[in-house]
Unconditional design. Structure first.
Length: 135
């Protein structure tokens, strides 16, 4: 503002402070980031329920929570982290890494392993991307 020459140094600083401290346009920013904030919330809540040993009987709740979190597509990839931690806790700690123990664990946890793939295929089937496609 000072470079334009329309405002004095003091006025430019006051206008800068005004925009710094008053929440202009915050509703638009909150509206644009609302879905991402809820996706983060659902992802971390589902990870907590999945990995917390005291919440073992609530693990079924993880499935809809993870599906809701996949509204942010990057969580499809980040989903490998809680599944990897679950694998390390249940298999490596108790039995050690082996092909048969890994396959047995994967079959027991098949629902959790299929969630991101099922979501992606379903999403692509029913909500295909329209960018670049002629109708």
């Amino acid at each position: 503002l000072k470079v334009v020459g329309f405002f004095s140094d003091t006025e430019a600083r006051l206008i800068g402070l005004l925009f710094l401290f008053l929440p202009f346009n915050s509703a638009r920013v909150a509206l644009a980031t609302f879905e991402y904030a809820f996706s983060h919330f659902f992802f971390f809540l589902a990870s907590l329920v999945l990995l917390e040993p005291r919440m073992r009987r609530w693990r079924v709740l993880c499935i809809p929570l993870f599906i809701l979190s996949f509204g942010t597509p990057s969580f499809l990839v980040y989903y490998a982290v809680p599944i990897g931690v679950l694998y390390l806790r249940e298999v490596v700690k108790d039995e050690g890494i082996g092909i048969f123990t890994t396959v047995r664990w994967a079959l027991r946890r098949l629902v959790f392993l299929v969630i991101p793939f099922a979501y992606w295929f379903t999403h692509e089937r029913f909500f295909p991307a329209r960018a670049g496609k002629a109708e």
